[in-house]
Ligand binder design. Sequence first.
Ligand code: ADP
Length: 246
Amino acid sequence: MIHIKNIHKAFGDNKVLKGIDLTVKKGNVVVILGPSGSGKTTFLRCLNALETPDQGTISFDDGSLSVDFAQKPNKKTLLALQRKSGMVFQSYNLFPHKTAIDNLMLGPVVVQGKNKAEMRKDALTLLEKVGLADKADLYPFQLSGGQQQRIGIARALAIEPDLLLFDEPTSALDPELVQDVLATMKQLASEGWTMVVVTHEINFARDVADHVVLMEGGYVVEEGSAKQLFEDSEHPRTQAFLQRID
Ligand code: ADP
């Protein structure tokens, strides 16, 4: 469905991504694991055009979009890429002075120019979906971290993306709130959403991932099914990584 080829990204002299290839199939959940500093977040941000890769291509099988970063894509192309995916951030990134429902409506009303009344109805449906319909008019500071993150997920859904990107969505949460957010993500996976998830939650990867990718030092070290990576891998880097997190 989405073919990502040879993504390179440097910040000054710091070469962070050194040629990442990945194919994401429609309806699949891809989990990206790897030690801190290996480039996982940068890669996710490249998929959403929050960072612009120095070279590489991203193309959608349905012919809707194909971006070649070596050709310096224009703003319109980058915006089109941005609209393909909804991003869920580690620190939620909600607007603190907007209510839960207004946080959801901002993207669709401002960016997509949707009708406000219609969007309010859709936003309430999304809040229901993440179990927070009764919190619509509360501000982020009145919600727990887990609730804020579920608002973050609903906001990512609000723009009706092809793809959901999660950047360590549970790592800022108190341990007792992590399961709530993982349950919401599992529900989305079972509904057939295409998801790319950077996480340290190995059990989530084991239970939910169709495809697991291990990154290190700006490269994909190994990829395959959860079973291939967690049980059958003979790759020394994979074994070293799994030993560190056990
Ligand atoms: P991971 O998500 O695997 O921990 P990151 O993608 O966050 O890795 O970071 C990889 C490297 O890229 C780090 O060395 C980090 O300092 C660098 N980096 C990330 N974003 C920026 C940025 N905006 N400017 C400069 N360096 C950055």
